[in-house]
Design a protein around this ligand. Sequence first.
Ligand SMILES: CC(C)(COP(=O)(O)OP(=O)(O)OC[C@H]1O[C@@H](n2cnc3c(N)ncnc32)[C@H](O)[C@@H]1OP(=O)(O)O)[C@@H](O)C(=O)NCCC(=O)NCCS
Length: 170
Amino acid sequence: MEIRPETDKDYVAIKALNDLAFRGEAEGSIVDKIRSSCEEVISLVAVEEGEVIGHILFTPVATMSGEDQVFGMGLAPMAVLPDYQNRGVGSLLVKEGVRILNEIGCPFVVVLGHPNFYPRFGFEKASSYALRAEWDGVPDEAFMVLFLKEPQELNVSGVVKFRAEFNKAV
Ligand SMILES: CC(C)(COP(=O)(O)OP(=O)(O)OC[C@H]1O[C@@H](n2cnc3c(N)ncnc32)[C@H](O)[C@@H]1OP(=O)(O)O)[C@@H](O)C(=O)NCCC(=O)NCCS
């Protein structure tokens, strides 16, 4: 199995995989929309024998440090084809994504997701750092942050805003 950046030949497979894994079209549609409106996305696929079996997307998010805006990345969505789940594919996608984000100097990553999955990669409750999601009703433990730079130096706090394309889906 190979993890690599998406190419335009993967777009249809990525949409189909998100639709299957999430049993609906919302997440796959967000991927298509953001890809066409934002150049700074990181979109990786897991490929086995020529088939796209997993996908992860990172998009820019913004929060504040005092009066200054600070940009990080948000992990969403991530999906693995149902027949290939629980084989470590999702974990490899997260690790490769975080490795790339480290390499490009991204200061932090946030995710709204399963609190029993993401802490194994170092994600912590965002509220421990006075960071919160922009949407009402998000369970405290489901909004998480992974700092790639020293949180004390970044000194970020407040609402973390995803791109507007996400607002309709949450
Ligand atoms: C979540 C998902 C991407 C994980 O991919 P994966 O390849 O199955 O993940 P891995 O094999 O690396 O890790 C499996 C772990 O994820 C956990 N996990 C998978 N789906 C989960 C879910 N819906 N809720 C909670 N934990 C989940 C498994 O319990 C397992 O934990 P364990 O190692 O303690 O047993 C995949 O299950 C999926 O596509 N789910 C449907 C789409 C989805 O909910 N995506 C949102 C991610 S926030």
